[in-house]
Write a protein that binds this ligand. Structure first.
Ligand SMILES: CC(C)(COP(=O)(O)OP(=O)(O)OC[C@H]1O[C@@H](n2cnc3c(N)ncnc32)[C@H](O)[C@@H]1OP(=O)(O)O)[C@@H](O)C(=O)NCCC(=O)NCCS
Length: 170
């Protein structure tokens, strides 16, 4: 399955990730996570989110990862879990380029095709760039919720902003 989204008069192609791209994707995830979360989440969570931890999670999830960028050089990715847009990360030099919008459109399409009417996602409280981006894409902040995150020592409960968007086919 491929999805193309128009941005700045060009088409942005979204494709399945390749297993050989795990290291590059782990770097995008790790760097992006730090850009977005340093200083706004508890230190215990920051310590748990090592490059290796992202790599291990990608190894398990690779069959569900969707990316933008040429083979062997992805610049951003998303992961959908049921009706949740579970992860969305774009490399710093690809931000503001329409890559993120193409990924979100692809994720919304995937969730709609599974039969869900509403998609949701969790955004760290204070991640203002992401919040602005989601709102630009038509997502609405539904309130706060407790997100239960997996960390090596068990589970970590983090209060987050919950965003939702209707995705059902008309
Ligand atoms: C979130 C992310 C995917 C959005 O993609 P992007 O390409 O940066 O998105 P855009 O540039 O299209 O939109 C971001 C908007 O936030 C604005 N913005 C930038 N910095 C901001 C800040 N500190 N506070 C508020 N808004 C900000 C931008 O100006 C832009 O709005 P505009 O188009 O009205 O000018 C990307 O920034 C990213 O990967 N960030 C790190 C990881 C992350 O936070 N992932 C989401 C986890 S929930």
């Amino acid at each position: 399955m491929t999805t193309r989204a128009a941005s700045n008069n060009r088409q942005i192609h979204v494709r399945n990730a390749e297993a050989s791209e795990i290291d590059l994707l782990a770097r995008i995830w790790s760097d992006g996570w730090r850009d977005a979360h340093s200083g706004i989440v508890p230190e215990e969570l920051e310590r748990a989110r090592t490059l290796e931890s992202f790599r291990e999670r990608l190894e398990k999830l690779i069959s569900t990862v969707r990316v933008v960028g040429p083979s062997g050089a992805p610049v951003g990715f998303h992961i959908v879990k049921d009706d949740e847009l579970y992860q969305l990360y774009v490399a710093a030099d690809a931000r503001g380029s329409g890559v993120a919008a193409a990924l979100v459109a692809d994720a919304e399409k995937q969730i709609a095709e599974m039969g869900f009417k509403t998609a949701w996602l969790a955004c760290a409280i204070g991640n203002d760039r992401a919040a602005r981006f989601y709102e630009k894409c038509g997502w609405v902040r539904a309130g706060n919720m407790i997100n239960v995150l997996e960390i090596p020592s068990g589970q970590f409960r983090l209060e987050v902003w919950r965003y939702e968007k209707p995705v059902a086919h008309s």
